[in-house]
Design a protein around this ligand. Structure first.
Ligand code: HAM
Length: 409
């Protein structure tokens, strides 16, 4: 026997019960974002590698270690998208969307790829749902974005939700702060992990992501970026917070919040679930006011987030309702197969969920199968046509297929 071929490490198959739960979340997303006038957008699953190198940042883990990058037959370097924001900004520039009425609001759902060590809730192919609003730096967009995420998680039934919110200020503030933090950490070099030390020159802020005890100790009395914000950034953030407070959102103000991607400016946020293990981040995002320009477009502010679909469903653990056909079409004898097939099609076209015998079971076997599927009625097609009500056990004959359809549809 040939050896079995298995799915690649870190990938997974979605079987029908999970598939239904995912579809429900997708429908919920479309309803919530549609109400707020966010339109669906789709961008390619692979992009020029340069998009992420420039957009996400060369010193980020994502770009340094986690991208699936390959050369195509024409020698161009392509990358399976590790995130969606850079792609949305590229599309915004490529399609001249800055000429449309601003802000441009979009949402997306699809597969993303990161070469990470697989574990529960962490995959190499995963699904993100996300929103982006480009073309305005109004603080109400930051608040709207965060509240859309909160609404999605609430309606999806995700449990143990905790929001953390902060502000990173502008790129210039961040640069000045980076220098200050670098100096602070340089003075405590012997406490730092090799990883943090190695990145100290290029990106000292990433030290806040480290769970290394020495690094954490060195950071305890470090200056906080939140205390270094320029007056308009501080005011912008205060307005965002006011709107969140008015909306009654519970969140923690966390001055140590840094995100793993380099494009953020001003507001940043993350949401986690206490129901999940180590991979507790359900979603995250923030403002990226320099990204469109970095990708060759006009200076354009933007804000948005993405959340992990698999993680939302893990945190919701909502029992999945099995799909039930309303009618099961059974065959009294093989000669009725074509008529039964036509009846099933007719019922389905009238919106009746219908299953059909297609595995050569005996009539007794078919009745058992229909019962297991939870069908409300069975139509037994043979020389006569009988309809059985599965709940009461009552069974009666009808004269024609049309009569059967009229009764069941
Ligand atoms: P991110 O924080 O890198 O942000 O990813 C968002 C979410 O995607 C995470 O919170 C997590 O739920 C999910 N996720 C990430 N990696 C994996 C993985 N390996 N397996 C399973 N789930 C994963 C972004 O991607 C930004 N583009 C968000 C954004 C949009 N910022 C502004 N706009």
């Amino acid at each position: 026997m040939p050896e079995k071929v298995q799915a690649p490490r870190g990938t997974f198959d979605v079987l029908p019960d999970d598939g239904r739960a995912r579809l429900r979340l997708l429908e919920l997303s479309e309803a919530i974002f549609g109400r707020a006038n966010y339109g669906p957008i789709e961008t390619p699953v692979f992009e020029a590698t340069e998009l992420f190198e420039r957009g996400v940042g060369e010193t980020t883990d994502v770009v340094e270690k986690e991208m699936f990058t390959f050369d195509d037959q024409g020698g161009r370097s392509l990358t399976l998208r590790p995130e969606g924001t850079a792609s949305v900004c590229r599309a915004y520039v490529e399609h001249g969307m800055h000429k449309a009425a601003q802000p441009v609001k979009v949402w997306y759902w699809g597969p993303f790829f990161r070469y990470e060590a697989p574990q529960a809730g962490r995959y190499r192919q995963f699904t993100q749902v996300g929103v982006e609003a480009l073309g305005s730096d109004d603080p109400s967009l930051d608040a709207e974005s965060i509240l859309l995420l909160a609404e999605l998680l609430e309606l999806a039934g995700a449990r143990g939700i905790r929001f953390r919110v902060s502000s990173l200020g502008t790129a210039a503030t961040r640069r000045a702060y980076s220098d200050e933090l670098r100096e602070h950490l340089r003075a405590r070099e012997d406490q730092l992990s090799d990883d943090v030390l190695g990145r100290l020159d290029r990106n000292p802020l990433r030290a806040f992501d480290s769970d290394h005890p020495g690094t954490q100790a060195a950071l305890r009395d470090a200056p906080r970026l939140l205390d270094r914000l320029a007056p308009d950034d501080a005011e912008h953030f205060a307005e965002v917070r006011l709107l969140l407070d008015d909306a009654g959102l519970e969140y923690e103000l966390d001055g140590t919040l840094v995100r793993g991607l380099d494009y953020y400016t001003r507001t940043v946020f993350e949401v986690e679930s206490t129901e999940l293990g180590a991979q507790s981040a359900l979603g995250g995002g923030g403002r990226y006011d320099g990204l469109v320009e970095l990708l060759g477009g006009p200076a354009t502010p933007g804000v948005g987030w993405a959340a992990g679909v698999e993680r939302i469903l893990l945190a919701a653990k909502e029992p999945v309702e099995p799909a039930r056909p309303s009618v099961f079409v059974a065959l009294a004898d093989g000669a009725a197969a074509a008529a039964a097939f036509a009846l099933a099609r007719d019922l389905r076209s009238r919106g009746v969920a219908t299953e059909l015998e297609q595995a050569g079971r005996s009539l007794k076997g078919q009745m058992k199968h229909a019962d297991r599927l939870g069908a409300a009625h069975v139509v037994i097609v043979g020389e006569s046509i009988e309809i059985k009500d599965m709940a009461s056990g009552e069974q009666h004959a009808v004269a024609t297929m049309e009569d059967a359809v009229a009764e069941l549809a």
